[in-house]
Unconditional design. Sequence first.
Length: 637
Amino acid sequence: MKAALTVLLLSLELSGSAFAQPTGVSQQALTGGTAVSQAEEQRLGLVNVRTYTVATGAGVGCSGVLLTNVWALTAGHCLDSMTGRRTDITVTGVPGVYTADAIYKFGAWANDPAGPDLGLVRLSRPVPLDGSTNSFFTRLNRDDPTGKTSTVYGRSTGGYLSLTTRVSSVGGRTLQIEAGPVGETTAQGDSGGPVFVQNGGQSLLAGITSTTNGTAATIHNHEPWITVVARTFLDQSQPFGAADAYAEEVSAVPEGAPLTGPPVNQLRALGLAHWASAQRAAQVMCFNRGFIGGHFIPTTTRGEEFRFACIGRSGGAFYDATQADLDGSGWGFQDINSVNWAQGARAAAGVCQARVPGSVGGFMTGYMLRPPGASDQRMGIICINPSAGSFSDVDAELLPVAGRYDLNEVPWLSARADAAQFCRGFGYVGGFSNGHQSLEKRGITCIGRSDIILGGFPASVPAEVLSRRRALYAESEDAPLLAPPDAAIEVQLSFESCHDTVLLGSAGGCPVGPEYEIWSYDPATHRLLHVLSGRCVNISGARTDVEAEIILYPCVGSANEKWEIVRAPTDSPTSSIWTLKSEHSGLCLTAYRPSRQQGEIDVIRRAALLRQAPCDGRPAQRFTDVDADWYRRNGPN
């Protein structure tokens, strides 16, 4: 019988009493493999992954593959036990060492051997390939690969080798590929190496090598997880993070499918689910990003039905509550899948108050370890620290639904939406009810001060940079730059339009107000930051053509989100005027006045759009943080 390499699905389920050994410690060699050229390594994005203890330098070397210039995929066990450790990535023929600034483990091999052996690595700076730092990407396999030709890559005991074979079958959660004619198998250092299949002349990533018998994580069942986690980056070193979830990710996590529905009905689908089921889905989404847990932040705003909040290790603590802990709160229960959300919230608040000093509130994760009534029961609770939130006794009249009715009768989603709306009014990203109520008051924990905790920004952005919030007024428009509703990505940025008509001799456009002071600039990274969402000002599609749209996008370190600020000439000794030049395209940010529509009269004023154009110093390329009438109203100081 031919030897076989077993390729494992991302949601890995191993059967039998013994687990195969990770290839990081295997002594078998990938014998007979074909040497891979430097050009092929760079074409495929093959990387060397080294995780080591900073103090001693001792560590382990693995294989890996770039997904983009700033994201790499490797085996989860290569990234285990990260405390005090560091992960570096190198590419043959590319100078420099590229250090990870975030690690997302889809199941940690050492801690959860029944979980998927997969790890996403986000790099602190992009790897330049083929003369570009933002154009590389690896295509992911989305279909059943049975019968397709496959090529396994691993750096083995030396340089990269390859083995071409065929996917023979898919059974359960494993797929089998035939070994080479002399029984070639994986070796030390092959862990994390990619398995590609061919489809229509394209190489698609189908698996990631894991164990000595050829077991590897494969892609097609969980491609949405990889895609959206990389797309909705959250900095796990922060106390708090929040992002828009995508339906494909929600439906891919356990119990997530019932939460989604037709696009016009997604919010209702979430509300029809039991609160504990929704909690478990959100918990997985946050845990997969390196956070201790999280929950959904519902809203009625279109396009944000699946916004979710995650709590980092510095923003809270996980507590494994016993039945005695729950009963001691005065609101104990035995089955989390049948208890009312308000009672569960009261129990979580009581446990956090008793067991986690200084906590401002908490929520159930939705998980319980044993069947209801078990003497050794455990239920997960996330307790919030003051660094991530605050508690308020809220006047009931301020809450449209939860303030008018008994919380025990209010749907969980309605109460959560009320809390989120209240907390947003005080500069927080969201919040939740603690289930407690009196005739005139309701208890709410708000999380994520938007001016302090910024989910999308790298941890390297200094706090003083984020605190220097400014408006950006285009001199030609006398109007401030806005972000799209809910800071949606890939929507063209535009300027406020404070007047419906253009009147000759009108004084000023939009007076300065805090609602417009939403931008900051990091001189260390040259990023122009939207402070409220943690996203960067970006050239759509990394285009270099004139009039390309300017958008918000998650900060990934690419050149098309970097801007050189130059002080422009001005006649006023008390004002500063800047131009902003792209380091990617060499063009300048420009306020574009849309063309007048057919039948539209000349005096109708339409909002200007932000695009890029050759740098020529025109008024549309000159920006300041005050409106034109500011000095008349306030004087030179």
